[in-house]
Design a protein around this ligand. Structure first.
Ligand SMILES: NC(=O)c1ccc[n+]([C@@H]2O[C@H](COP(=O)([O-])OP(=O)(O)OC[C@H]3O[C@@H](n4cnc5c(N)ncnc54)[C@H](O)[C@@H]3O)[C@@H](O)[C@H]2O)c1
Ligand SMILES: O=P(O)(O)OC[C@H](O)CO
Length: 338
C-alpha cells in the first residue's frame, strides 16, 4: 500500500527517514522551516549541512510551507529536536483542525521536555486534538542517519498503544536493509531512547580520558540499570530495556563516533567547555538537556541515578570529570540487582 506521509524536520534523521520512505515507494513530503534547505533538497537532492555528500532519492520533495506538505497525508512523522516538538506540533494542529484532517502522528525524537519533564508522545497528544489524531506511534532503536542513508543494515522498533497502527507504520518503513519491529510499550521505548543519550556523553568522555574497555562496559551496563530503574518507576515494561530502544540504542550511541552525544562527551573529556562543544557540533545533542530532566524526574520518584547525577555535575556545575568518576567508584558498596 502506498502511503502519503509528511515528515516534519529536515535535519539528519528526518531526511534519512524521509529517504527510506521515498525509496519504499511512498508519496513523501519533507517539511523544513529553512527555505534554502528546501531548495537544495529539491534541486540538488542533497542536504549537505546534515548528511554531507549523500545523494537523496530524486522523488523526495521538500516543502517550506507546512500546510502544503501535510494537506492530504495520512501519516505525519515529526523528527524535530525535543525543544521544537511543542512549537511544531502546535503549527501542525492548527492545519489539521482547519482541514478537518485526521492523521497517524508518529515521531522519532529522543528526549524529555525541559520543566514539564514530559515524553514526546505526551507533548504531541497535548498539542494535537484527539479528533485529529488516529493514534500516536514512536520510532526508535539503534539508528544513526549516517548508516541509514548508506543503506547499511538497521533494525528499529515502532511503539504504539494501537497495534494496528504500529503495524501500519512498520510496513511503511520496512525494506531489506531497514527491519522494523513493533512494541506496545510507548513509555519504555521513549524513556530508553531519551535516557541513553546521557550515558553516551559519559562513554565518549571515558574514551578521550584514556579509560579502558572494562570501564566502558561498566558504564553502559550500570547506565542501563539506571535507565531501567527510572523507566520502571513510570510504568515501562522492563523487557523493553533489553530491546532495540533500550540496550540496542545504548550500544550504538555509547560506542559510535557517529553519535552526537558520544562526540560531545569525547570533546568534554578533552577539556572543552559545554558551550564550545555545543557551538562546534551544529546539530542537536539531546543528552545535555535530558540529563537535567532525568535528574529532576529521578528526584521526584526517589530513583537512584548516580551516573546521571555525576554527568549533571560535569555539565552544569563544572565538576572535573576525573573527580566525578573517582566519586562514583568510591560510593558505598551495594548489591548489583535491586
Ligand atoms: N541523527 C540521527 O542519527 C538520529 C537518529 C535517531 C534519532 N534522532 C533524534 O531525532 C531528533 C532530531 O535529530 P537530528 O539528528 O535530525 O537533528 P539535527 O540537528 O540534525 O536537525 C534538526 C532539524 O530540526 C530543525 N529544527 C530545529 N528547530 C526547529 C523548529 N523550531 N521548527 C522547525 N524545525 C526546527 C532544524 O532546522 C534541523 O533541520 C533528535 O531527537 C534526535 O535524538 C537522531
Ligand atoms: O547521534 P546521537 O547521539 O544523537 O544518536 C542518534 C540516535 O539516537 C542513535 O540511535
Amino acid at each position: 500500500m502506498t502511503e502519503k506521509i509528511a515528515v516534519l524536520g529536515a535535519g539528519s534523521w528526518g531526511t534519512a527517514l524521509a529517504n527510506v520512505l521515498t525509496e519504499n515507494g511512498h508519496d513523501v513530503r519533507l517539511w523544513s522551516h529553512n527555505p534554502a534547505q528546501v531548495a537544495e533538497i529539491n534541486e540538488q537532492h542533497t542536504n549537505t549541512r546534515y548528511l554531507k555528500d549523500a545523494q537523496l532519492n530524486s522523488k523526495l520533495v521538500a516543502f517550506a510551507d507546512m500546510a502544503t506538505a501535510v494537506s492530504d497525508v495520512d501519516i505525519v512523522l515529526s523528527v524535530v529536536p525535543t525543544k521544537a516538538v511543542r512549537e511544531v506540533a502546535a503549527q501542525l494542529a492548527k492545519i489539521l483542525v482547519a482541514n478537518d484532517q485526521k492523521v497517524i502522528v508518529a515521531h522519532a525524537t529522543k528526549g524529555i521536555e525541559q520543566k514539564t519533564y514530559k515524553r514526546v508522545s505526551e507533548m504531541l497528544s497535548e498539542e494535537i486534538p484527539a479528533n485529529n489524531t488516529v493514534a500516536i506511534a514512536v520510532l526508535s532503536g539503534p539508528s544513526h542517519a549516517e548508516d541509514v542513508i548508506k543503506h547499511d543494515l538497521t533494525l528499529v522498533t515502532v511503539a504504539s498503544t494501537s497495534m494496528p497502527i504500529a503495524e501500519r507504520v512498520q510496513k511503511a518503513f520496512s525494506n531489506h536493509n531497514f527491519r522494523v519491529y513493533t512494541n506496545d510499550d510507548v513509555i519504555g521505548t521513549e524513556m530508553g531512547s531519551a535516557l541513553k543519550n546521557i550515558i553516551a556523553i559519559g562513554a565518549g568522555a571515558l574514551v578521550s580520558l584514556g579509560y579502558g574497555d572494562n570501564a566502558k562496559a561498566a558504564l553502559l551496563t550500570r547506565g542501563l540499570a539506571e535507565i531501567s530503574r527510572l523507566g520502571l518507576a513510570f510504568g515501562a515494561n522492563p523487557l523493553t530495556f533489553i530491546g532495540l530502544s533500550g540496550v540496542g540504542d545504548l550500544i550504538v550511541t555509547g560506542t559510535s563516533k557517529n553519535s552526537r552525544n558520544w562526540r560531545a562527551g569525547y570533546q568534554l573529556g578533552l577539556g572543552k567547555s559545554l558551550a564550545e562543544v555545543e557551538a562546534e557540533m551544529g546539530m542537536v545533542i539531546e543528552g545535555v538537556s535530558t540529563t537535567k530532566a532525568a535528574k529532576e524526574l529521578a528526584a521526584q520518584r526517589h530513583v537512584e541515578m548516580p551516573i546521571t547525577d555525576a554527568i549533571y555535575q560535569v555539565l552544569y556545575e563544572n565538576k572535573d570529570i576525573k573527580t566525578a568518576i573517582k566519586e562514583l567508584m568510591q560510593r558505598e558498596a551495594t548489591s548489583e540487582i535491586d
